[in-house]
Structure formats: C-alpha cells, structure tokens
Design a protein around this ligand. Structure first.
Ligand code: HPA
Ligand code: ZN
Length: 336
C-alpha cells in the first residue's frame, strides 16, 4: 500500500464494535499487574508471555487468554486495562467503541462483579471526558459453561444495569450452539438489554440462524460462515444485520489461511453490512489501524470500500441518532 493510503486509514474516523477488553491486555501491563498483585502465572517474564502467543485455533488462544486474565483482581486493575486500551485507540482515531467483558472469568475466581464493572466504567467515563470517545459495554456469557451459570451472571449484573447496554456470547463455539442460551437471552431482553452473539467464526451457518431466531441478536459477531448459506445471506441483508468482522483474528486463529482469501469483500458484495474490528488486539497483532491496513493490503480495498466499512460501523453502533449523525458527519468531512 502507498504511504498515502496508510496514512489515510490511520487518520480516518473509526468505530470499533468487537473488542474483548481482556484481549487488549498487553504483556507489559499484564506482567506489571501480576507483580503488583503478587500473582504467579505460568509466565516469568514479558518475553515468556509473548512467546506463548502462538496458537492456531480458537481453543488454544482461549487457554492463554484466560491464563492472562487471572492477574486481574482489583478495581484498579480493570481501570488500568481499560484506560490503556482507550489511550491506544485514541491515538488511532477511533471515536466510538463497544466493549465486551467476560464477568465469569473474574467472578469465578472470587473477584466481585462490582470491582470489574466499576474499574471498566470509570475508565470509560474518563475517556469520554478527556479523549471524547463514546462507548458502550456488552457483557458476554461464556458459552463453554452452563446456561444456569449465565443466568446467575445476569442476576449479578442487574444492579449495574445502567452501565451495561447489551449481552453477548463468546468463548469456545463448536459444541456450544446459541440454542443452549435461549432462556437466559430471553430474560436479558425482558430486562431491556440488546443482544449480540459470536456465531459462524468456527461454527456452522446453522449457529447463525439460531442466533437470529432464538437469541434475537441485533448484531452478528464474526459471521464469516454466512457465506456457506445463500438463504442466510439474503436474510442478513434484508434485516440490515451488521457483521463485526475481525481480519487479524481470523488469520491468527486460522479461520482463514491467508488474508487474500478473506471473505470480507464477498460479504460486502452480497449487500451485508460489514465492519472491521480488532477482537483481541494484544493477541492478534494489532488494533483498528493494523486490521484496516492488513485487509486493505490483502484485498486492495478502495477508498469507497473503506468509507462503507467505516460508515457501517457508525450506523450499526448502539448510540443515539444524534451521536450517529455527528460521527457520520465527521467521516463525510474526512472523505470530502
Ligand atoms: N471468539 C470467541 N470468544 C472469544 C474471542 C473470539 O474471537 N475472543 C475472546 N473471546
Ligand atoms: Zn470476539
């Protein structure tokens, strides 16, 4: 790519809609917090943490990701983690972000729900005021655990309802279909949460149908496997369902073998509302700019396509119409 294009992407106003806050944990910060909390991990140096980052499927990644999260104990830790991410994306011209967190990864170790949510929320509040970044929080249920566990987590979250906009579904996809969680998602909707779900990353198109019909999702996380099913693509297009696609994640977890074979453009050509996101930037080789650079390079995306991708994210964000309009205006001015 030309230096000009590289720079154009870096400065383009962007929104991120698929980001696991635990996946933004950089090895240096992980190591510092481990020492501060006197927590022993498998890793005895920053280099050892980095060396562990060679995985080639979702489960191998998740094992390391959950190991790293063990060092998070105090409200301050969740604050530091989130604040580091917000500063990074500020430097990349991300003006809105929607953040997943996995409460069960922490509450199952005895960390109070309040510490997790307060630490994250305080950093988001600071970022709004000091950096002008708007945000939403989405609580994910771990799908490798039972639905009854997710129900307990939903109960725990109710006192903090004002800080959580939606619920989602993540972790090991194969063997854990969306249907397993239909009751807890129905309860979440009754409580006023919007719903999203990871589906069609490693799992089949059938899981995407289930996410639509049983979990009543407002956005589809990943959704790469939609391409296997023309009827499904028609449905997604008709509903203007946004897909939160994560190029570098797909490459690292071998969902695609080569970014040149990435389905992003094909999905767009089928009228699907595709967005670009980082997923777990500290583990997968980059934040928003790195993802945009990599996929633009691989598929030779045009400026028109970049505009569509960025605009899709603003349109698909869970914010007020006023904020959406404001963000789209910034984008339009940038392209003008
Ligand atoms: N897929 C499923 N669960 C996850 C992911 C992912 O890409 N990242 C963090 N949890
Ligand atoms: Zn994800």
């Amino acid at each position: 790519m030309t230096e000009k294009m590289h720079d154009f992407i870096a400065k383009m106003p962007k929104a991120e809609l698929h980001l696991h806050i635990e996946g933004s944990f950089e090895p240096e910060l992980m190591f510092a917090i481990a020492q501060r909390n006197k927590v022993q991990t498998k890793f005895d140096s920053v280099e050892a943490v980095k060396e562990a980052y060679n995985f080639n499927n979702l489960q191998d990644f998740l094992d390391i990701y959950y190991e790293g999260a063990q060092v998070l104990l105090e409200e301050e830790d969740f604050f530091d983690l989130t604040w580091a991410y917000m500063q990074r994306i500020h430097a990349q011209n991300v003006i809105h972000t929607e953040i997943f967190f996995d409460p069960q990864t922490h509450t199952d170790r005895g960390v109070a729900f309040a510490k997790v949510i307060d630490g994250i929320s305080n950093a988001l509040h600071k970022a709004k005021h000091e950096l002008g970044i708007s945000s939403r929080l989405i609580m994910c249920f771990l799908r490798h655990l039972e639905e009854s566990e997710a129900e307990k987590t939903l109960e725990m979250a109710l006192p903090f309802k004002d800080k959580i906009y939606g619920v989602g579904l993540d972790s090991s996809e194969l063997g854990h279909p969306p249907s397993k969680f239909k009751n807890v998602f129905a309860k979440a909707i009754e409580e006023g949460f919007v719903t999203v779900a990871h589906a069609g990353e490693e799992g089949p198109a059938k899981y995407i149908w289930e996410a639509l019909d049983l979990l009543h999702i407002s956005r589809l996380d990943h959704g790469n496997r939609s391409l296997d099913d023309p009827k499904l693509m028609e449905r997604l297009a008709a509903e203007k369902m946004a897909l939160t696609v994560c190029p570098l994640s797909n490459l690292k977890l071998c969902v695609v073998d080569d970014l040149k074979d990435h389905p992003l453009r094909k999905l767009m050509q089928n009228e699907l509302k595709v967005t670009v996101n980082s997923d777990d930037p500290s583990y997968f080789g980059g934040y928003m700019n790195e993802n945009f650079w990599a996929i633009t390079d691989a598929l030779d995306l045009s400026k028109d396509e970049l505009y569509t991708l960025s605009r899709n994210a603003f349109e698909a964000s869970f914010v007020s119409d006023k904020r959406k309009k404001e963000m789209i205006e910034l984008l339009d001015n940038y392209f003008a």
